[in-house]
Design a protein around this ligand. Sequence first.
Ligand SMILES: *[C@@H]1O[C@H](CO)[C@@H](O)[C@H](O)[C@H]1NC(C)=O
Ligand SMILES: *[C@@H]1O[C@H](CO)[C@@H](O)[C@H](O)[C@H]1NC(C)=O
Ligand SMILES: *[C@@H]1O[C@H](CO)[C@@H](O)[C@H](O)[C@H]1NC(C)=O
Ligand SMILES: *[C@@H]1O[C@H](CO)[C@@H](O)[C@H](O)[C@H]1NC(C)=O
Ligand SMILES: *[C@@H]1O[C@H](CO)[C@@H](O)[C@H](O)[C@H]1NC(C)=O
Ligand SMILES: *[C@@H]1O[C@H](CO)[C@@H](O)[C@H](O)[C@H]1NC(C)=O
Length: 300
Amino acid sequence: MGSDTSRFIVFMVFSSLLSSVIGGGGSGYDPKALYALFRYYANQTLAIHHRTGTLSRVSLPSNFSGMEVSVVRLRSGSLWGRGVNSEFVKIPPSVRTLPYVKRLAIVYDNMGNWSSKYYHVPGYSLVSPVIGFEVYDYTDLTVGNSTLNVTGEPISIRFPYLDMRVKDVTRLKCVGFGDDGSVEFKNMTERDVCVTENAGHFCIVIPALTPSLPPPMLEKKGRDWKWWVIGCVIGAVGLVVSVSVGVVVLRWWRKRKIKDMEKESDSSVALDTFWVRGDHKMPCASMIRTQPALEHDYVP
Ligand SMILES: *[C@@H]1O[C@H](CO)[C@@H](O)[C@H](O)[C@H]1NC(C)=O
Ligand SMILES: *[C@@H]1O[C@H](CO)[C@@H](O)[C@H](O)[C@H]1NC(C)=O
Ligand SMILES: *[C@@H]1O[C@H](CO)[C@@H](O)[C@H](O)[C@H]1NC(C)=O
Ligand SMILES: *[C@@H]1O[C@H](CO)[C@@H](O)[C@H](O)[C@H]1NC(C)=O
Ligand SMILES: *[C@@H]1O[C@H](CO)[C@@H](O)[C@H](O)[C@H]1NC(C)=O
Ligand SMILES: *[C@@H]1O[C@H](CO)[C@@H](O)[C@H](O)[C@H]1NC(C)=O
């Protein structure tokens, strides 16, 4: 009757668990889709500002607030001969594109406070925004990107607003993100300068304080639980034993007391018991030990 319903519920629970595990790594934040949008808006910007060699700010829709994108149009010969500098990225001379393109466009982006939404480095924390650049054929930015061939000095990226709370500079590492989501460690020349031989996206990270392994608390919890059960069992057994012993002792004591009372009922006077300060129990004789019996009283 209800087995179909319960099977369905179990299935739903499992599938939602599974999807949360699979899609856990930042679902909805696809860097590739984002760069396609950057390229699209950069293409629009270039249609208006087509002066070669000047960096133009790309205007983005308001829901991109926090990200910065700019674009520059260049001749290949200019890149080879003089290189090109932007706010954060320095491309020295002696760099050419693969495949060769006569005119190219470089799209620079700073992902700002969105960086950690799009990128995670397992075991590390991001301490700078993700900064990147891609090189495209100017004739149509949407066709595809180019890779670079660096034959001289490497390209350097200087990171803005590096988290200054990081005291131990030697722990800082630069990472480059591959298009397939891979992470590659890069050399650094200064605490905030990363070097690379190609276009891509880069960030400064620091080993995370919290280990990625589950903390040992879980195991300890299990052990605590075990001891708790053992303690409960021992306690229950102890309680049963002491209650039965108590009952036996009480019965025996009562029997004895009755016997004693029967024996002493005539001769002795029971002493009243009073509670003194609540914790000491002491016998206390009443003021008048024996009622004065009148001689002529009749005895029943
Ligand atoms: C890119 O800009 C050019 C004009 O500069 C335009 O012809 C082309 O359609 C644009 N591409 C897209 C995908 O908007
Ligand atoms: C902004 O909205 C558009 C659709 O309106 C969406 O494609 C884009 O991903 C959004 N931007 C961000 C940063 O999520
Ligand atoms: C980044 O900051 C802007 C405001 O400067 C805000 O509108 C945006 O929602 C923020 N993005 C994230 C992912 O926190
Ligand atoms: C750049 O091009 C390569 C193939 O040439 C592609 O795999 C990669 O996704 C492209 N990157 C971007 C940001 O478009
Ligand atoms: C890069 O340029 C150097 C020097 O011109 C050349 O020897 C090398 O083959 C080029 N690399 C690629 C991948 O084409
Ligand atoms: C990084 O540094 C090492 C040692 O200084 C050097 O061998 C290597 O070529 C450098 N890598 C890059 C990409 O500059």
